[in-house]
Design a protein around this ligand. Structure first.
Ligand SMILES: NC(=O)c1ccc[n+]([C@@H]2O[C@H](COP(=O)([O-])OP(=O)(O)OC[C@H]3O[C@@H](n4cnc5c(N)ncnc54)[C@H](OP(=O)(O)O)[C@@H]3O)[C@@H](O)[C@H]2O)c1
Length: 417
């Protein structure tokens, strides 16, 4: 990726400066475009030669994030051709990122030596917002200061800086009115909710406000997006959340989701008790307002209960498995109700539909600018030059635990060195 300019600068540096003592040249087996590893004390001499100091949270084997993630320091050359140098603004820690590091996720970024790591490795993270800090002479549509996101997942976003091709990036055309958090979290969860609602059900738009969707994991990033999109599109939402430690906290969570536009919010416990059927009957006016779509990211009994509320010929889309329990279905739902069970994976969908993905992102960002799509609550993890790898990795580890005050999000506050 960095190719000749890295080598040239490395060689020049080796002849004439303190780089001689401090730079670790890539090993023979490593890609020649590898970046130099530079001790902290020589950062300044590096930038003199047009290098940007960078750190990346990498893994070279699968396992628990706290055990396998480490912080790798390297430097990035000035961009040439169609290359773009980027600085991280913000990058979330999503459940799939952890599954990927554990080696149990279907897409596995290849382990490579491009960054000059001791072992071939991959950079963690699948989405995030970056700012352009410099561009090669052949870059056409990006300039310093622009905000971008990566076109595809699997590129590695947990890094302070990156060098990518212009073709790998989506430019945020109008960043006015948007925050890095909104841009950095738009491409996975909101897109997933948007496509599942639009692509798996033929809503009768003449009946806006009289049709429903039901979902579990309603407090998740996807769930909150589905609530808001439902509200925007005239679809009522029946939302299932996990009970909190105290009744007050549960009530507060329900209210928070209602403030976003949720029509009804129940706990998992409430759904799994006898009264739920009556509650659904009452909310849907005895079924005259059909529940036409179920979004399932939990599985187990919870998913079965969602399916039972669906009107005939409806779809249930499974997109996650947070309880790690399989989806079990009474046969009658298939035979007599003709329910259709689908799965959705935004990574594959996005690779097949790159233009539609970009349009979907722009649509959500437009709603965000106009205040119609609210931020998810976040548990911000500030990342600066002094941040330790272990501390960053611990935060990644917490992602699957649930009951967090908000989604873990790295925010880079270190500037360029
Ligand atoms: N297929 C796709 O393309 C796709 C795309 C995006 C996300 N996803 C999946 O969607 C799910 C949500 O992702 P996200 O990023 O939106 O999540 P998130 O914001 O990080 O939140 C995780 C959610 O999972 C819930 N949860 C955790 N363990 C649970 C359990 N054992 N039973 C029930 N709920 C549990 C949490 O509930 P509490 O609020 O009670 O803690 C929380 O609401 C994940 O499974 C993720 O892998 C799939």
């Amino acid at each position: 990726m960095l190719s000749r300019s890295v080598l040239r600068a490395a060689t020049n540096g080796a002849r004439s400066s303190s780089l001689v003592q401090t730079a670790t040249l890539p090993g023979k087996s490593q890609c020649l475009s590898s970046v130099l590893r530079v001790p902290a004390q020589s950062r300044r001499s590096i930038s003199v030669y047009g290098y940007t100091q960078a750190k990346a949270l990498v893994y070279s084997k699968y396992g628990e994030p706290k055990d396998v993630l480490s912080l790798h320091t390297h430097s990035i050359s000035a961009p040439h051709g169609s290359q773009v140098n980027l600085r991280l603004l913000t990058a979330p820690m999503n459940p799939a990122d952890v599954n990927q590091i554990q080696g149990v996720y279907p897409s596995k970024p290849p382990f490579v030596s491009t960054l000059g790591t001791a072992e071939p490795s991959a950079v963690g993270g699948n989405e995030g917002a970056f700012e352009v800090i410099s561009t090669g002479a052949g870059v056409k549509n990006l300039a310093k200061g622009d905000w971008v996101i990566m076109k595809k997942t699997g590129q590695g976003t947990w890094r302070t800086h990156a060098q990518l091709e212009e073709s790998q990036l989506i430019k945020i055309e109008n960043k006015e009115g948007l925050s890095p958090l909104q841009v950095g979290t738009v491409s996975v969860n909101p897109v997933t909710a948007y496509r599942m609602i639009r692509d798996f059900c033929e809503w009768d738009w003449m009946r806006a406000g009289e049709e429903w969707l039901i979902q579990n994991g309603a407090n998740s990033g996807v769930g909150r997006a589905a609530i808001q999109l439902g509200r925007e599109w005239g679809i009522k939402t029946l939302n299932v959340v996990r009970e909190r430690k105290t009744p007050e906290e549960t009530a507060a969570l329900k209210q928070e989701l209602k403030d976003l536009g949720a029509t009804v919010v129940v706990t998992e416990e409430e759904m799994l008790t006898g009264g739920f059927r009556d509650l659904v009957k009452e909310a849907t006016r005895g079924g005259r307002e059909p529940i036409r779509l179920a979004l399932n990211c939990v599985g187990g009994k919870n998913a079965t209960a969602l399916a039972k509320t669906l009107a005939p010929d409806s779809h249930m889309v499974t997109y996650g498995a947070m309880s790690k329990q399989p989806v079990a279905l009474p046969s009658g739902l298939l035979i007599f109700k003709n329910l259709i069970f689908d799965g959705f994976w935004v990574s594959r969908w996005g690779d097949k539909n790159p233009e539609l993905k970009e349009n979907t992102i722009n649509d959500v960002l437009q709603m965000t600018r106009t205040g119609r799509f609210k931020d998810i609550p976040v548990d911000e993890v500030k990342w600066n030059w002094k941040s330790e790898g272990t501390e960053l990795a611990e935060n990644v580890q917490g992602t699957l635990g649930g009951y967090r005050s908000g989604k873990g999000v790295f925010t880079f506050t270190g500037g360029d060195e």
